[in-house]
Design a protein around this ligand. Structure first.
Ligand code: TXA
Ligand code: MG
Length: 367
């Protein structure tokens, strides 16, 4: 990766930590836009997690995203757009519910799955006839799209899965994204540093082609918020899938790779533990020569012998810290990571999203 100096700099961009990032790039949104228009990849910040972006109208560049991530080509990516109006560029016969959701929640952490227009490259859709669209609420990201649009003379869009190797933990800082991908990136690919992502877990994905619509991946926008716009009957209860056979289930998993059982997983084996069990430990039994990490709500005390890695005060803190704590457990060489889920997560979409990601990180996954 080349070192480029940007002495003017974007006000909110900052030099990556040289120790973790090595020959880091110091870019502003305009430079990131130039790289994308020229057919290179860009690691970009969003409000959820960092994305590995390519110009969505350059299928050969999008194909590189799949290579760099090690992602199977039949797993679709999200196309990020600058406004709800851009839905018309990518989707045909778009259901009214999709327009309503985009107009209400964009920019924001909601991805809508809609019928793809015939002209859309099937590289983006993993060969399917639906496409996932989202407008992120991250100022620098939106500026990148804006600069691209000015150069390209149309409403630009970028395809951007999370900026991690397939199956691994999504990055919430530019340094974490670079650490996982830098050996696979090319000299002209770039990184835009927007600091730590505000939310910390991926967007809610909603299938707007189903009736009622279905939440495919929980995120900060939950069923209640969707129902406030569309009515309760229009939004399926979470977990009420239509699949009835094993074949249907595996088909479902290909459609939604973020829902594969072992996704979002650190190297350290993760186990879910309940807060009452933790409180019952005087000293954790197995800690003589091993480091066992613990993530638990702040109100839960650390049993003697466990190494506390995360103490979130609420589900917002929990989502914000989760992936960096997973990485910390790996960095510390923990032999195991115990995780107590958010307490009393009543009607709390972020608590549901945290529980979903933690369960998918467990070996074997808990349901
Ligand atoms: O927060 C996010 O959504 C982040 C940031 C970078 O925007 N992106 C992200 O992308 O998490 P990715 O590729 O890691 O996850 C995309 C999710 C997957 O679960 C995928 O299966 C689903 O969106 N998806 C994409 N296209 C789809 C489609 N046509 N039908 C069903 N699910 C789709
Ligand atoms: Mg991902």
């Amino acid at each position: 990766m080349a070192v480029r100096e940007d002495r003017g700099g974007h006000p909110s961009s900052r030099l990556l930590n040289a120790e973790t990032a090595g020959s880091a790039l110091r870019l502003n949104p305009q430079q990131a836009a130039s790289a994308l228009v020229a057919g290179h990849l860009a690691i970009l910040p969003t409000e959820t997690v960092y994305g590995l972006a390519a110009d969505a109208r350059q299928p050969a560049t999008v194909a590189r995203v799949f290579q760099v991530k090690g992602r199977p080509t039949d797993h679709p990516v999200i196309v990020h757009v600058g406004s709800a109006a851009a839905i018309a560029d990518w989707s045909a016969n778009t259901p009214d519910v999709a327009w309503k959701l985009a107009e209400t929640f964009w920019p924001g952490p909601l991805t809508i799955v809609v019928p793809a227009a015939a002209s859309v490259s099937r590289v983006l859709t993993g060969g399917q006839d639906t496409i996932a669209l989202r407008c992120p609420a991250q100022q620098q990201f939106l500026e990148v799209l804006d600069h691209m649009s000015r150069r390209q003379g149309l409403a630009s869009a970028v395809a951007a899965p999370s900026a991690n190797r397939f199956g691994q933990v999504s990055p919430t800082t530019a340094a974490d994204a670079l650490r996982g991908l830098r050996s696979r990136l090319s000299a002209d690919d770039v990184v835009l540093d927007g600091g730590a992502c505000q939310i910390g877990v991926e967007s809610t994905v909603v299938d707007c082609t189903a009736r009622p619509i279905r939440i495919l991946r929980p995120g900060r926008i939950g069923r209640r918020q969707l129902a406030e716009v569309l009515g309760w009957d229009a939004v399926a209860a979470v977990g009420t899938g239509t699949s009835t056979t094993a074949a249907d289930e595996s088909e479902e998993q290909v459609r939604v790779p973020g829902t594969l059982p072992s996704h979002y997983a650190p190297i350290t084996p993760v186990s879910v533990v309940d807060a009452a069990t933790l409180s019952a430990y005087g000293r954790h039994p197995n800690t003589t020569d091993r480091v066992i990490g613990l993530i638990a709500p702040a109100s839960v005390a650390t049993p003697v012998g466990l190494h506390r890695i995360g103490s979130p005060a609420n589900s917002r803190d929990y989502a914000h810290g989760l992936y960096s704590w997973f990485r910390r457990a790996d960095d510390l060489g923990c032999s195991e990571l115990l995780v107590a889920l958010p307490l009393d997560p009543v009607d709390d979409p972020l608590a549901d999203a945290v529980a979903d990601r933690v369960r998918r990180a467990t070996h074997p996954p808990t349901t």
